[in-house]
Design a protein around this ligand. Structure first.
Ligand code: UD1
Length: 321
């Protein structure tokens, strides 16, 4: 298939592009390089510098003819979305509408969309399956849920098939070492720990150690980015085969606490990684763990690299350089 990877120069998009090429698909990356990096572009793919806020550019690009789109271009900092909702409304929601309309104008019928566990909000039960109520706790999660609703309508009205992949906590780097771009100003736990280990920041702030969890720190479902990437390829291939849309969780089904990750990072990096306990961060649930039974059933997908050692060591390989 010929696939347009929108946001393909980003952290997850770069891994998805590699996986698509590996599976024999042809890749064109569309990215405005606002957080994407040129060093995340690889031999064998074509690059179009473009913005999803530019409908003309999208239509001109998609007009070449594509079998599918993978859309990963979004702002993703939950905290920031509560302070600057306009930015998230514009880019995440309006930007996706631009993509959908350009797909309709050019007859492109398949899209894989990066959704998030943030659509669920505070979990009512664990593990969280796709039937769990969706009540986002932050504006970022709201944008992802709203886009899922648009996708549903474009499916019904325009025959656009979609796969909304609800990522849990994406982490790790390509296990084969092909990706070396570092995220700028990361807020997520593992890159922050890596920056501390590499001496790029002073200490880790641990947001709360008084949760009802195994050691008091927050528990999340970390899923390796190579595992995530594989699911995008499976989702595209499934849509081509079945002509059906899908909403599905992608998680490892394992819960790791902040302290478990810090301890693994100290062991693997051999660095001290100073950490200070701080108060809880607003909107953080104690535990969030996925059920990925549906992904196993529909996509034949299962996390394979998402154990703590693989997550930390693949990241350290990049940060230590
Ligand atoms: C993250 C994303 C969210 C995404 C969700 C999917 C951010 C800020 N959050 O949420 O957009 O939809 O995954 O599940 O990008 N922690 C610390 N110190 C730090 C950073 C994190 O103690 O400096 C803790 C958090 O309190 C939490 C865990 O580490 O318990 C993971 O945090 P983070 O990586 O930010 O992910 P989530 O908040 O789970």
């Amino acid at each position: 298939m010929k696939v347009l990877v929108i946001g393909g120069a980003g952290y997850i998009g770069s891994h998805v592009s590699l996986e698509l090429m590996e599976a024999g698909h042809s890749v064109v990356v569309y990215d405005n390089l606002s957080s994407g990096l040129r060093e995340n572009l690889f031999e064998g793919e074509r690059f179009v510098e473009g913005d999803i806020m530019d409908p003309g550019r999208l239509e001109e690009t998609l007009g070449e003819g594509f079998d599918g789109v993978v859309h990963l271009a979004a702002f993703k900092a939950a905290g920031e979305s509560m302070v600057e909702p306009e930015k998230y409304a514009r880019n995440n929601i309006s930007g996706t509408i631009n993509i959908l309309n350009a797909m309709c104008a050019t007859g492109v019928k398949r899209i894989v969309f990066s959704s998030s566990a943030a659509v669920y909000g505070e979990p009512e039960y664990l593990p969280v399956d796709e039937k769990h109520p969706t009540r986002p706790e932050n504006f970022y999660g709201f944008t992802k849920l709203e886009i899922e609703r648009f996708l549903e309508w474009y499916d019904r009205l325009k025959g656009v098939r979609y796969s909304a992949l609800r990522y849990f906590n994406a982490a790790g780097y390509d296990v084969r070492g092909r990706v070396s771009g570092l995220e700028r100003n990361p807020a997520n736990l593992l890159p922050v720990i890596m920056e501390v280990a590499a001496g790029m920041r002073g200490e880790l702030r641990i947001f709360g150690d008084d949760y009802e969890t195994k050691d008091g720190t927050g528990v999340r479902d970390y899923v390796h980015v190579n595992d995530l990437a594989r699911a995008h390829v499976a989702a595209l291939e499934r849509m081509a085969r079945t002509d059906e849309s899908l909403v599905v969780n992608l998680g490892s089904e394992a819960g790791l606490s902040v302290l478990e990750i810090v301890e693994a990072a100290r062991r693997i990096t051999g660095r001290a990684i100073p950490a200070a306990i701080e108060g809880r961060r607003a909107g953080d649930p104690a535990r969030l763990v996925a059920s990925s039974a549906l992904a196993a059933d529909r996509l034949g997908w299962k996390a394979m690299h998402s154990d703590v050692d693989a997550l930390v060591s693949s990241s350290w390989e990049v940060y230590r350089r």
